[in-house]
Design a protein around this ligand. Sequence first.
Ligand SMILES: [Fe+2]
Ligand SMILES: [Fe+2]
Length: 150
Amino acid sequence: MPSVSEFFSAQHRACDRVFEQLEDAVSQDDWSQADVLYSRLRQDTLQHFVNEEEGLFPLFEEKTGMQAGPTQVMRGEHAELRELLQRMGDAVQARDRDEIPGMAETFFLFLQQHNIKEEQVLYPMADQALQGSLQALSARVPGFSASDRE
Ligand SMILES: [Fe+2]
Ligand SMILES: [Fe+2]
C-alpha cells in the first residue's frame, strides 16, 4: 500500500516520462506520435492536478487548518502550469519546431520546481496529517487505495 508521498510522486515520474517521449517525437518530426503523446501528457497532468485540488489539498487543509498555506501556493502554480501546458500544445498542433523547445523547457522547468516543493514539503506533511484519513482520500482520488486500519 503506497503512502500519499509515494502515490503522488509516482504520478510526477509518469508524467515526466511521457514528456520525454513527446520531446523525442518532436525531435524526430513524428507529429502523429507527438499529438498522441501531448494528449496523454495533458490528460495525465490535468488529472493529477484534480487529484490534488479536489482530493489531497482539501483534506490537508481540513486536517491541518492551513487554508492559506502551501496548498494555496500550489493551486496558483497549477493555474500557471495549465496555461504553459496549453501554449506548448498550441505549438505542437501548429507543428512549430522553432517555438516548441522553448515552450517545452519553460513548462518542464516550472513543473519540476513545483513538484520538488510538493515532494519535499507538502507530501511529507500530508503523510503525517492524513493518517486516519486515507480512506477518505481513496474515495476522492482514482487509483489511490488505502485503508486506515492496521
Ligand atoms: Fe501540484
Ligand atoms: Fe503534484
